[in-house]
Write a new protein. Structure first.
Length: 150
């Protein structure tokens, strides 16, 4: 409703501060699509404030990361968030749900959208990871690699 009221005014700039943070995945996904459609139809400049990495990548053309009011990084969302560490045929963004040590490897359970996948990581990779971390899973020569998003 608030979005409709704002659009009636025909603004040049639309500011959205964590607009979807309290919604479940399905509703959030539908509303992300709707906001993108509205953004294009009304030819708006939209400022989106979000802490959700997947939402930022999906909905943003340009990212400005602030820390205590100062710009610390800016550029294309994927470049800023991944620091050019990841290359591969695919990249999936998710959150670590569990980590299980099995002999010399760790089985890391990651939530990607509504799906849960398991990735094998060695001890060095897993030292940098914690439950709740936002991560990128990429593929390099058929070998999945997991990176924490800073």
């Amino acid at each position: 409703m608030a979005l409709a009221r704002a659009l009636v005014q025909k603004p040049e700039i639309l500011m959205l501060d964590e607009p979807l943070s309290a919604l479940d995945f399905e509703i959030r996904n539908k509303l992300q699509q709707y906001i993108l459609q509205v953004h294009r139809e009304f030819d708006l400049t939209t400022i989106l404030i979000s802490h959700d990495i997947s939402e930022i990548i999906k909905m943003s053309d340009y990212l400005i990361e602030l820390d205590q009011g100062k710009i610390i990084k800016q550029g294309l969302p994927t470049k800023v968030l991944m620091h050019n560490k990841v290359s591969g045929k695919f990249q999936l963004h998710g959150e670590i749900l569990a980590m299980v040590n099995q002999d010399f490897i760790f089985i890391i359970t990651v939530l990607i959208g509504k799906e849960i996948i398991k990735v094998v990581a060695d001890a060095d990779e897993s030292k940098k990871l914690n439950i709740g971390d936002k991560v990128i899973i990429a593929s390099k020569a058929f070998n999945p690699i997991i990176y924490k998003i800073d």
